[in-house]
Ligand binder design. Sequence first.
Ligand SMILES: [Fe+2]
Length: 225
Amino acid sequence: MEGLTLKPNSKNNIEKYRESVVSRYPDVLTEIYQEKVNIAIWQRTLSNSCLENVSELLTQQPNFKVVVTVTPDEAYQHLAEHLSSFQNQHELCQQVSLLVDMFCTLFELKRVGLRLTALDRPMCPKFHVDKVPCRLVTTFTGSATQWLENNVIDRTKLGAGSIGLPDEESGVYESEEQINQLLTGDVALLKGEGWFDNLDGGLVHRSPAVKVNERRLLLTLDFID
Ligand SMILES: [Fe+2]
């Protein structure tokens, strides 16, 4: 595939070999179906007008939050209703509904759990795996999600295994340079441990630390039973 970068990320466990795939093209997201891939990243650049609109939205509505279950056909209208008091809503509604459509098409879903929320603190500050099949995440503004390649992780230090220590002390990774971070605008599929036969293969990730006075706008899309 043109523009596709493959990066091996496991060395110890053949069964749970996992790697990341990154591309400037959206069809990279289909690579998540490969057993060995646990994160697919579409390096998307948001338009200046979209960035300006998002910034304006968070200035006007610093606690903006939508949590809704939608079909691809409903997504735009639902968001438009939640954003009814925001004049420049069109591009954001369009961008989000496009991602809903892509996510549903990719996984043959009729509807999706959509969460679009402003954040001024980390939701999940410690490295963890999600107990879901797969989650789409994208940050429209602010710092984006951090993640680790499989081969640097000591999974025994996740969750209770951290014995309450912060990530920098728990031993879940060896050095700060091993921490990868998505960019604002990137669209990523994070394979969870609810994916078929993916126990111990889920993408290890966390929310980024939020800078003083920084506010993020984070979109997540999830499977709905
Ligand atoms: Fe998570």
